[in-house]
Write a protein that binds this ligand. Structure first.
Ligand code: UGA
Length: 436
């Protein structure tokens, strides 16, 4: 199959590289000439484990290429994927679809055959209809079909998620288009037995939002249960295990923590609420989730202050982990931003360490001292706070930490460390949803 991928952002680049690794011939197109130039030099515009190697090997095999020339890129393509950004529109929370529509128009203007046009970007219900309208207006005789094919990739595990998905969702009622999509995903059905779920286009668009909203609800639910655990002397990790062993609930996404962040859950839950409001069908559970999560992030800063005795003035706090989760350099809506703001507002000085996120974090965090290692950050600090569970924080030398800190206090917002281990090292440990 010949595939064109419009947009070499996170989703486009990972999907393009993985499709080429399946054996398809893939051309990735982006307007940003600098990005394409860097990709030609095998320099990735994003941090994703394994991506540079995957890109390099498929470029070498001549199955993957990059261009700024959309017309050349889509020529003779069996499928043209739109994987451009859909940021939250400033002011109203709606997904900004201007990049999607601009791409659709440009594709329509340059279509040479009856390709299948696939939206991979996360787009509100009905966007496929609009893309189809643009197509009908600009290229009325093209015979091209518009399909929805949402992605379910987690940052940091995107290649694994792409190659070993729980399911692939394809939204179109057109049999010819389904055949093309079946052929594109055939390597997955053959090797992994991954089910391809065919639905209508609007249903497929909604599945994406419903999936992310449900996961956000699940995390927020366990976070509130964690608060209750602290109040009644129960252990949230055991509660998670105990409820998760029920297959109807499932054990994943039940890790209590400082609240969800990232580029997907916050944006997609808001966009779902906007769609719901437009159709006068309120989604109250999702509304509550968004609200609870927003307050939680700052509340985690107050939790640290409480652990330090209730006063942060003149104190120094060492923060480990700034990105919204490990294995990414993404700082969007990261809980660390709110935790640090709460600490600084209360008069604390913050020293921080992150393995990959510092460059992205610097412009977002003023007054923070960025350090080269967890131990440098902890030097003479009144508390050590783990905000993001990078692997390198799982094997800290806790004895050395206890000796480095001014006050041997560890606030572990990801529950990495068992209390006994911290105690042995001489640290006072405060976790999330743990009995005192
Ligand atoms: C999420 C979804 O998991 C993907 O399936 C989806 O494709 C993607 O959004 C998207 O829409 O593009 P991602 O945002 O990369 O992926 O990261 P997750 O691993 O889902 O984590 C999101 C946030 O939830 C992080 O801040 C993480 O720390 C938090 N989280 C996750 C918890 O606090 N507890 C958990 O048990 C799981």
């Amino acid at each position: 199959m010949r595939i064109a991928m419009i947009g070499t952002g996170y989703v486009g680049l990972v999907s393009g590289a993985c499709f080429s690794d399946f054996g398809h011939e893939v051309v990735c197109v982006d307007k940003d000439a600098r990005k394409i130039e860097l990709l030609h030099q095998n320099i990735m515009p994003i941090y994703e484990p394994g991506l540079a190697e995957l890109v390099a090997s498929n470029v070498k095999a001549r199955r993957l290429s990059f261009t700024t020339d959309l017309a050349a890129g889509i020529k003779d393509a069996d499928a043209i994927f739109i994987a451009v950004g859909t940021p939250s529109r400033r002011g109203d929370g709606h997904a900004d679809l201007s990049y999607v529509f601009a791409a659709a128009r440009e594709i329509a203007e340059n279509l040479t055959g009856s390709s299948v046009i696939v939206t991979k970007s996360t787009v509100p219900v009905g966007t496929g209809d609009e893309v189809e309208r643009i197509l009908a207006e600009v290229a009325p005789n093209s015979g091209a079909k518009v399909v929805s094919n949402p992605e379910f990739l987690r940052e940091g595990a995107a290649i694994e998620d792409f190659k070993r998905p729980d399911r692939v969702v394809v939204g179109t009622n057109d049999e010819g288009a389904r055949e093309v999509m079946r052929a594109i995903y055939r390597p997955l059905s053959l090797n992994q037995n991954a089910p391809v779920l065919f639905t209508g286009r609007r249903t497929s668009e909604l599945i994406k939002y419903a999936a992310n909203a449900f996961l956000a609800v699940k995390i927020t639910f366990i976070n509130e249960i964690a608060d209750l655990c602290e109040a009644v002397g129960a252990d949230v990790q055991e509660v998670s295990r105990g409820i998760g062993m029920d297959n109807r609930i499932g054990g994943k996404f039940l890790h209590a923590g400082p609240g969800y962040g990232g580029s997907c859950f916050p944006k997609d839950t808001l966009a779902l609420l906007k769609t719901a409001a437009d159709h006068e069908t309120p989604q109250r559970i999702v509304e509550a989730t968004v609200q609870v999560n927003d307050t939680r992030k700052r509340a985690m800063g107050r939790k640290v202050i409480k652990a330090m005795g209730g006063d942060a003035h003149g104190k120094t706090v060492a923060v480990l982990g700034l990105t919204f989760k490990p294995n990414t350099d993404d700082m969007r809506d990261a809980p660390s931003l709110s935790v640090i703001a709460a600490l600084q507002d209360a008069g604390a000085t913050v020293r921080a360490y992150d393995p990959e996120g510092v460059e992205q974090a610097k412009p977002m965090l003023s007054g923070v001292a960025f350090c080269d290692s967890p131990y440098v950050a902890a030097q003479d600090a009144d508390a050590l706070v783990i905000v993001t569970e990078w692997d390198e924080f799982r094997a800290l030398d806790l004895k050395r930490m206890a000796a480095t800190l001014k006050t041997p206090l560890l606030v572990d917002l990801r529950n990495i460390y068992p209390p006994a281990e911290a105690k042995r090292a001489g640290l006072t440990l405060v976790g999330v949803g743990k009995p005192k």
